[in-house]
Design a protein around this ligand. Structure first.
Ligand code: SF4
Ligand code: FES
Length: 251
């Protein structure tokens, strides 16, 4: 299939940026979206032009690096799918596709489709350590965890830190991401020891980094490639209020 692409090109954080038209020719429906962009870049390099800069790593939907808004939707039209796992069979011959980077105050554009998402790393970093007694396998298994809690922790831990929730949110909020990180540790007894300090530190880091607040649009849940539910934001709020009482803080 042949496609018309409008790709966001931006030389750096200070550049205004613009949409540039490109042609993607002879694209196989079995290609991934990133393989299609690889082909576009090969053609640009052959012509002596600058290739399109975009982020990727695993190309298996687990690292959270690929971050593109495709036709206005973070990660594109297929639900619960990262850009690297999106296949060209979701498009048809002659389609026009708009490709832009995540746009949020806390994610400055580095170049073209690459944004700086280190603000998410700093939120995680602010959470600090977890006290876990490491011993033999029998020691670890001696702590009984209700299945419901283990399942909830597993669901929250699926977050790959891609930032699509931030890109989808009209407030540029990182509440879903922070909620997933806080919840997956708070659900387990090993993570309870520092739970109060962790939720306060991560929430404060989130605000410091310039992310907005949640106003219940649910756009984050709709865009999340890992199906992280907004119920975790409710858990984050509960953990935060509890911590305020337990630590005597009032922020
Ligand atoms: S909550 Fe979902 S959309 Fe947000 S960073 Fe995690 S995986 Fe990505
Ligand atoms: S490249 Fe790793 S999730 Fe897409």
């Amino acid at each position: 299939m042949d496609l018309i692409l409008y790709i966001w090109r931006q030389n750096g954080p200070e550049d205004m940026g613009r949409l540039e038209q490109h042609r993607a020719l002879h694209i196989s429906p079995d290609m991934s979206f990133l393989e299609m962009l690889d082909q576009v870049n090969e053609a640009l390099i052959k012509e002596g032009r600058e290739p399109v800069a975009f982020d990727h790593d695993c190309r298996e939907g687990i690292c959270g690096m690929c971050s593109q808004v495709i036709n206005g939707i973070p990660h594109g039209p297929q639900k619960k799918t990262t850009v690297c796992q999106l296949h060209m069979r979701n498009f048809k011959d002659g389609d026009t596709i708009y490709i832009e980077p995540w746009k949020a105050r806390a994610f400055p554009v580095i170049r073209d489709l690459i944004v700086d998402r280190s603000s998410l790393d700093r939120i995680v970093q602010s959470g600090g350590y977890v006290s876990v007694h490491t011993g033999g396998v029998p020691d670890a298994n001696a702590i009984l965890i209700p299945k419901e809690d283990a399942d909830s922790a597993m669901d929250a831990s699926e977050c790959i830190g891609c930032g699509a929730c931030v890109a989808a949110c009209p407030n540029g909020s990182a509440m879903l991401f922070t909620a997933a990180k806080v919840s997956h540790l708070a659900a387990l007894p090993q993570g309870r020891v520092e739970a109060a300090r962790r939720v306060c530190a991560m929430t404060e880091a989130m605000l410091r980094e310039g992310f907005g607040n949640c106003s219940n649009h649910y756009a984050c849940e709709a865009a999340c490639p890992k199906g992280i539910k907004v119920k975790f934001i409710a858990k984050l709020n509960r953990e935060y209020i509890k911590a305020q009482f337990n630590t005597g803080r009032n922020t």
